[in-house]
Design a protein around this ligand. Structure first.
Ligand code: N01
Length: 895
């Protein structure tokens, strides 16, 4: 039915009952539903909001347990769409109580006259996409039906309580309460023996207040959680002043921040700080009483590196032992099984101190699991507890529970959402689902949602959806649906993001692990609020990439594809480089380009300490050459790697890949000798190649003098350095030595033709461009010499060469010649391992402590070097983030 006809009849009779016709039906009258209604109305859509509750509030309507408060500062946990609303409402505390938040949402409801389009006590029980009319039909608990063009689930991420999964609950004769469904009337606990099961945010907020009232409080804890003092009170003066001084900028910074609260990105990593400096930062965070602050502001590697994170865990455990007097209780309360932040940490008021009270007992379920709940209490493996009241603070079927509570949701071709999500939620952007046209989710699985300030994420989603509906209407489209390609691409990007952070290392509701039988996967988007916003904008800006749009009088539009194919951190790095608006390197001239590189390198992280770094001179092909030697901290002698830096035979020197050499020296436990070979245009072909060979020979002959292990050396190089390493192996074979145990070639130049697909696909936009490569070649080597194997090793004889490890990157002009070389080596009978860096660009694997997704690849390279040198593989160097699959051996047939 055309929308005009629908709008003309706001309701119509069907089969005796009334079906209300609207453009948009929204389920949920919490933060998201209220804002959506306001925006939809302003955009000219007819809309209705349906909610099971008796009033507005969403999760805040239900979670009335003692101590319930927000744990994002209220100045941040507010709507920002209307500056007048912001000044019309004043929060009384840093963290508002549940009643105050409910008052705020009531205030917003009245201010924008929303109530008249909200139906309370209306539970939506089923939703069906009717292909013939291209509308959703919603069924409700009371029999009323709604027909809508667009169906938006604003049902919240933590609103469907999960069952307690403990035997005997029904037998219990006392009172039972769930924090997530707390009664409206007062619960009287004075003189009673109260049990709390669960120590997540809800339990930790409630326990101190329950202990105040109850005669005896027994807390049943399965997993200790990290909790930090909230230090509640008035909003901190500095944050309030920051907001007041420039509200618009503050809000805009929040929208582009990582977590939806404006804090800067930390750049200093943990190992650059002394113990005292780290402790000082930690004490400041502990005193701040702010989750986002402590989760983001300690050091740059706290959320991505297990070691950087463990330092915080230790400091918090120390605090717990400082507060809780009984050492055994303190130990039981100390988290042990997850990195800080991987499971949602809590903000508390007197939580740990509560265990010093005589009327409070902690039962450690790791030592004595609950056997069952009986008529009179709770029995563990070791004891029984007589109890009058049980409070279940056992959490939620998070992210998907409230969406799936409408069952069935039936999309195109009768497909049900529960089938589509049988192996975990599949979405595009966390907003839409393939095969479910015109269905939207606000803060759905696959969006930053629970890893962000929900207020900011809700506004971003609601704005994006309403803006799209307006644009569709203007263009004559009436349906929108994500494509399978786009959805699969988003799943890959989600997995890439999840591999970066530590959330995957904890069993939590983020991953579905708290609900027995639920598919495992990191459900929220871990890439950050700002990056996510830019991706959503990008989707719209690129002609609704990944969506199929149809309308009655317009041609179908489907701009199919994946919105992000780069690794998440690579995308950020390339974005920053693009913003710097750098001139093309080739336009700077050789000296200008060298000066640029020197300046550029000053901005990168310094690289980690190794045993010793020393400079010296060695004998090159035509005279002395500088070298820099990196020695491991372990006792020697160590096998030696001769390393050749990148820079197109024109740029760089023995120090220019310093962070990489340090990193690889630490990972391999081998000496790295980085060679300062001669450069063009001063020294053109074959100077660099001949220097590479001569340097390798000299280093092999002087291995013992360098503190290295005499015997075969290994060669390695990146880019043009990879070219020199490959050439060196061929020359060493043909000129009677030195003996080379293996070659590590990273994004190597191997050939002088520029017609392979990677040269076209990645010609621009990935830092190393096609025109830059032309420039390098022109400076180094005249066209007549280019087929010489000393610059195009792919054209040389490839048999009897040392075993090789060849790494290539997907978004690199040099990708295909690297792959071609690996395959040609294998065809010639050389043992080769090949690593294809999915989502990486030419420099990715070298950007130590910047591109974290390169860590896995470097770990694999290090293991290859150790193998070449006859050392056992390192136990710690597994497949890290960012590389889809471990390197694979290619057999001769591949050529
Ligand atoms: O739920 P949870 P929650 N036997 O899942 C335990 C938000 N929130 O309601 O960890 C024994 O975190 C379970 O143990 P384990 C916030 O995002 C915000 O507290 O699975 N124990 C855990 O200890 C939060 O993260 C605020 O081993 C059982 C607890 O119950 C999210 O909501 C306030 C059990 C559940 O903790 C959820 O918090 C409140 C069993 N069978 C909540 N089953 C604000 O301040 C579960 N547990 C804004």
């Amino acid at each position: 039915m055309p929308d005009a006809a629908v709008a003309a009849s706001s309701s119509q009779a069907t089969g005796g009952s009334t079906t209300q016709q609207v453009d948009v039906a929204v389920v949920g009258a919490g933060f998201a539903g209220l804002y959506l209604l306001h925006r939809l109305r302003k955009a000219g859509f007819t809309a209705i909001v349906l909610d099971e509750a008796g009033d507005v509030g969403g999760t805040w309507y239900w979670n009335r347990y003692p101590g319930a408060r927000c744990d994002i500062q209220t100045i941040d946990y507010s709507y920002t769409f209307d500056p007048e609303l912001e000044t019309a409402w004043k929060w009384s505390e840093k963290y508002a109580t549940q009643p105050e938040i409910l008052r705020y949402l009531g205030f917003v409801t009245e201010r924008y006259d929303l109530r008249r389009d909200i139906r309370f006590r209306t539970k939506v029980t089923a939703a069906n996409w009717d292909q013939a009319t291209e509308r959703w039909q919603l069924a409700t608990y009371d029999g009323a039906t709604i027909s809508c063009r667009y169906y938006i689930m604003a049902t919240g991420c933590l609103s469907a309580p999960k069952p307690p999964e403990i035997d005997g609950v029904k037998d219990f004769k006392g009172e039972v309460y769930f924090t997530g469904r707390w009664p409206h009337e007062e619960v009287k606990l004075a003189g009673k023996r109260v049990a709390v099961i669960g120590t997540g945010s809800s339990g930790i907020q409630a326990i101190p207040l329950l202990a105040d009232q109850a005669a005896q409080l027994t807390v049943f804890q399965r997993t200790p959680n990290f909790a930090l003092p909230a230090h509640n009170g008035p909003a901190p003066a500095d944050r309030a002043a920051l907001l007041e001084s420039d509200r618009a900028t503050y809000r805009e910074q929040a929208r582009w921040s990582l977590a939806g609260v404006p804090w800067p990105q930390q750049t200093v990593v943990s190992w650059q700080l002394s113990d005292a400096e780290r402790r000082e930062r930690f004490e400041q965070a502990w005193a701040a009483g702010d989750l986002v602050y402590i989760l983001t502001q300690l050091w740059a590697d706290q959320a991505v590196d297990v070691d950087g994170n463990a330092l915080i865990c230790e400091l918090i455990r120390e605090k717990i032992h400082g507060i809780v007097k009984d050492p055994e209780t303190a130990a039981a309360l100390s988290p042990f099984d997850h990195p800080f932040g991987a499971k949602r940490p809590c903000l508390d008021t007197n939580y740990y101190a509560t265990y010093n009270r005589p009327n409070v007992t902690l039962v450690n379920l790791r030592q004595e699991p609950i056997r069952q709940i009986t008529a009179s209490g709770i029995a563990t493996d070791k004891r029984t507890f007589d109890i009058d009241v049980i409070v279940f603070a056992t959490g939620f079927d998070a992210m998907t529970g409230a969406i799936m509570a409408v069952h069935p949701i039936t999309g195109r071709g009768g497909k049900s959402l529960s089938d589509a999500w049988a192996n975990g939620p599949q979405t595009y952007l966390g907003l839409t689902v393939a095969d479910f046209p015109n269905l939207f989710m606000i803060t759905g699985p696959g969006s930053p949602s629970v890893l962000s300030n929900m207020a900011v994420s809700i506004e971003q989603h609601a704005d994006w959806v309403v803006d799209r509906l307006v644009a569709m209407k203007e263009a004559g489209f009436t349906t929108l649906e994500a494509t399978q390609t786009a959805q699969a691409g988003w799943a890959q990007h989600m997995a890439d993001c999840a591999a970066l952070t530590l959330h995957r290392l904890a069993n939590t509701w983020y991953t579905g692990a708290n609900v027995p039988g639920k598919a495992w996967g990191v459900m929220p988007y871990t890439g950050g609020v700002g990056p996510y916003r830019s991706i959503c904008n990008d989707v719209a800006g690129r002609g609704m990439l990944g969506f199929r749009l149809t309308g009655p009088n317009v041609a179908e539009q489907c701009n199919d594809g994946e919105i992000v194919r780069l690794q998440p951190d690579v995308r950020l790095v390339l974005g920053m480089l693009a913003e710097m608006n750098l001139p093309p390197i080739e336009s700077l001239g050789a000296q200008g380009a060298r000066d640029f590189l020197t300046e550029f390198n000053k901005g990168r992280p310094a690289g980690r300490p190794v045993g010793e770094v020393g400079d010296g001179m060695l004998q090159g092909a035509a005279g002395p050459l500088p070298y820099r030697l990196y020695r491991p901290a372990t006792p020697g002698p160590h096998p030696i790697v001769v390393y050749f830096h990148g820079g197109g035979w024109v740029l760089g020197d023995e120090q220019s890949d310093d962070p990489f050499c340090r990193d690889m020296c630490r990972r391999t436990g081998m000496i790295f000798v980085s060679v300062g070979y001669r450069h063009a245009p001063e020294h053109r072909f074959p100077a660099a190649a001949e220097d590479g060979y001569a340097a390798t020979r000299w280093i092999a002959e002087h291995a013992a003098d360098l503190g290295g292990k005499p015997g075969p050396v290994t060669v390695a190089g990146w880019s043009a350095g990879g070219n020199i390493a490959a050439v060196t192996c061929q020359l060493a074979r043909d000129r009677g030595g030195p003996q080379i145990a293996g070659q590590l070639l990273i994004c190597p130049v191997t050939d002088c033709t520029f017609d392979r697909p990677s040269y076209t696909e990645n010609a621009t936009g990935y830092f190393v461009t096609r025109s830059l490569m032309y420039w390098f070649w022109d400076i180094y080597c005249s066209p007549a010499d280019r087929t010489d194997p000393r610059v195009s090793p792919l054209r040389g004889k490839l048999d009897n060469l040392p075993q090789a490890f060849v790494a290539t990157c997907e978004f690199d002009p040099l990708r295909d010649e690297g792959i071609a070389y690996a395959e040609a080596l294998a065809a010639a009978g050389v043992p080769v391992e090949q690593l294809k860096g999915r989502g990486h660009f030419h420099s990715s694997l070298m950007m130590v402590d910047v591109v974290i997704t390169g860590v896995g690849a470097r770990a694999q390279m290090a293991n290859a070097l150790r193998r070449f040198a006859g050392l056992p593989e390192s136990k710690h160097e597994g497949v890290g983030p960012g590389v889809a699959a471990p390197p694979h051996q290619i057999d001769a047939a591949a050529g």
